[in-house]
Design a protein around this ligand. Structure first.
Ligand code: SF4
Ligand code: SF4
Length: 425
């Protein structure tokens, strides 16, 4: 098996031993109707209406969608257009919390007794890839076992970005939920084995999970080398099974489904309680944060409240996500969404200026997908769409390895992101 490219980063997991604490309830939440990959939901409630925790407040009939639920009890005070980090917009419900956290009558454990009822329940839960990707989970689980039989469930606990420890805390605090979720998925989806994959820089989690699964032969704990981007879907599939997901293929074509650790544990809890996805564990860290922490936050909480809880000061740059793939936040009144796993605050925002490419080839050696980032950049600068396609820009997963290693500080990953859009358009 070929050794994958990638890079070694400082782990900076400052919050790994910090138990998750709950953020005090915010006065208001802003719940976006677009929280994950796929179609935007339409609001199911009107201004002035009372809502309760776990009540469905947005849904869509589109195939690629997942419903949205209220994280607080209170009153809908506004429905407005919200500007997203990618430049798009979506509708958002502003809910004034009454502080009572009254739970909705809709919150009842689902009846799950076969694949269809599991897929339906997972859709109702509002689950999506909680590692950051945001792919609606029920679509992933609704594979056709006749055309694409699945023999391996991979539970992704790599969490390879610096700083972020949200999945690690899930493994340490709720390992039985992770294992229970894996067994539930194996049972109803008829998948014979599970590999729970954890980077080797998390020995306590590996040991804990190994002990707890020692009498479950169909679950294997797989320690993976600590190398970024080990948690990327195609990378973890190759590392865990040696299988290569080809261009245009879904992992199911290779007999594999990949589920994030926190998503798996959440689905298990949902099957027991019926409480949909209304809160999220976040890592809050960065050199502008005085009190780094793991914190559970109601979805829709303003980022500014998370930052002030962690005593962030004098920051110039805020990231939602890790330093490699996170998105810059331009407005701290923006709300927490389902796919957030970290809020990082840094004092310096300035990037080093770039110089001419010296053709050293480091970007090519670093690319986990064997792409040619320097050639891609040149093709993008010429707006040569045919060359971009030939160089497979669509495969780029924007991991940032090429940008990170480039001695000339060329914005390679950033240009690939723009190039992919041009090719798609
Ligand atoms: S950002 Fe794209 S081109 Fe650069 S290393 Fe990652 S996958 Fe390769
Ligand atoms: S790493 Fe930077 S300087 Fe080296 S070949 Fe790639 S783009 Fe050019």
């Amino acid at each position: 098996m070929k050794r994958l490219n990638g890079i070694h980063l400082r782990h900076l997991k400052n919050t790994q031993d910090m138990k998750t604490v709950k953020l005090p309830l915010p006065d208001r939440v802003t719940i976006l109707m677009s929280q994950n990959m796929g179609a935007e939901c339409s609001p199911l409630v009107a201004i002035g209406e009372k809502v309760t925790v776990g009540q469905k407040i947005g849904d869509s009939s589109a195939f690629m969608s997942a419903p949205v639920h209220s994280s607080v009890s209170g009153t809908v005070v506004a429905i407005k257009e919200h500007l997203l980090a990618n430049g798009g917009t979506c509708q958002a419900l502003v809910i004034e919390a009454d502080g009572k956290q009254t739970v909705s009558a809709e919150v009842v454990p689902p009846v799950i007794n076969d694949k269809e009822s599991l897929v339906a329940a997972v859709r109702q839960s509002g689950a999506c890839g909680l590692g950051g990707a945001g792919f609606p989970t029920h679509i992933k689980l609704n594979f056709d076992e006749k055309t694409t039989p699945i023999d391996t469930l991979i539970i992704n606990g790599a969490e390879c970005e610096p700083y972020i420890t949200a999945d690690y805390r899930e493994l340490m605090e709720n390992p039985a939920d992770v294992i229970g979720g894996a067994r539930m998925l194996m049972n109803f989806l008829k998948i014979p084995k599970t590999k729970i994959c954890i980077e080797s820089n998390k020995p306590a989690a590996i040991e804990k999970l190994k002990k707890m699964t020692s009498s479950i032969p169909e679950i294997e704990i797989v320690p993976l080398p600590s190398k970024y981007p080990q948690g990327a879907e195609k990378v973890i599939i190759y590392s865990a099974t040696g299988r290569i997901v080809k261009e245009g293929e879904l992992p199911s074509a290779q007999g594999v489904i990949v589920m994030n650790v926190s998503t798996t544990a959440f689905i298990f809890r949902y099957s027991k309680t019926g409480m949909p996805l209304v809160s999220k564990r976040l890592t809050v860290d960065g050199d502008a944060v005085k009190k780094p922490c793991s914190v559970e936050v109601p979805i829709g909480t303003p980022i500014s409240e998370v930052l002030s809880f962690a005593k962030a000061q004098d920051y110039e740059k805020i990231l939602a996500g890790g330093p490699m793939m996170g998105l810059c936040i331009y407005d701290t009144s923006a709300p927490i969404v389902k796919t957030n796993n970290a809020i990082l605050a840094f004092k310096k925002a300035k990037l080093p200026s770039s110089t001419a490419c010296i053709r050293c080839g480091r970007c090519i050696k670093a690319c986990p997908l064997d792409l040619m980032p320097e050639a891609l950049e040149k093709a993008f600068d010429r707006r040569d769409l045919a060359a971009l396609k030939e160089l497979k820009v669509q495969l780029c997963m924007n991991c940032g390895c090429c940008t990170y290693v480039c001695p000339a500080k060329r914005p390679l990953a950033e240009k690939n992101q723009l190039a992919k859009l041009e090719v798609r358009n």
